[in-house]
Design a protein around this ligand. Structure first.
Ligand code: RP5
Length: 164
C-alpha cells in the first residue's frame, strides 16, 4: 500500500497536524511525519520531495502557517498529489497561510483544505489512495456510514427535545 507523507513547517504546527495523523492511523494507512520548512530547511524539503515517489509515497500532506510556501514548494518538485493545510497563527488568523497555500499558479496544483483542516487533509489523501485500493475504499465508506449514523442520532435527540 502507498504511504502518505505528512510534512509540517515547524513542530509548533503539531497540535493541528496530529489530527491528520490520528485519522491516517484510524484508516490504517502507513505514513511518515517530518518537519521540513520551505524557508528554514529548503534543501531538506526538496531532497525529501524528489525521492518521495520512489520511496513509496502516494500523496503528501504539507502544513504551514504565516507565509506558508511549504505545500507549493513541495508541489514544485513532484507530480505526486500535494494537499496543503494552512495553519492558523495569531496575527491574521490563518488568512495569510490560506492565501499563501491556495493561490498557486497554473501548472503546480496544491489541493488546499480549510484553515487547520487537518482531518480533511487526511481524508483527501485517503481518497486519493483509495482509487487503487478497494479495502481502503471500503474503510472510507464505513466511516461515512458511522458519521451519518452519529448525526442522525443527534437529530433524533434534538427532535425529541423540541418537536411536540
Ligand atoms: C511556519 O511558520 C510554520 O509552519 C509555523 O506555522 C510558523 C511559525 O513557526 P515557529 O516560529 O513556531 O517555528 O513556517
Amino acid at each position: 500500500m502507498k504511504k502518505v507523507a505528512v510534512i509540517m513547517g515547524s513542530d509548533s504546527d503539531l497540535p493541528v497536524v496530529e489530527k491528520a495523523i490520528h485519522m491516517l492511523e484510524q484508516l490504517e494507512i502507513p505514513f511518515e511525519v517530518h518537519v521540513y520548512s520551505a524557508h528554514r530547511t529548503p534543501v531538506e524539503a526538496r531532497d525529501f520531495t524528489l525521492s518521495a515517489r520512489e520511496r513509496g509515497f502516494g500523496a503528501i500532506i504539507a502544513a504551514a502557517g504565516k507565509a506558508a510556501h511549504l505545500a507549493g514548494a513541495i508541489a514544485a518538485n513532484t507530480t505526486l498529489p500535494v494537499i496543503g493545510i494552512p495553519i492558523r497563527s495569531n496575527n491574521l488568523d490563518g488568512i495569510d497561510a490560506l492565501l499563501s497555500t491556495v493561490q498557486m499558479p497554473s501548472g503546480i496544483p496544491v489541493a488546499t483544505v480549510a484553515i487547520d483542516g487537518a482531518v480533511n487533509a487526511a481524508l483527501l489523501a485517503a481518497q486519493i489512495l483509495a482509487v487503487e485500493d478497494q479495502d481502503l475504499a471500503r474503510r472510507l465508506q464505513e466511516k461515512r456510514e458511522r458519521d451519518s449514523a452519529a448525526v442522525l442520532a443527534k437529530n433524533a435527540a434534538i427532535e425529541e427535545r423540541f418537536n411536540h
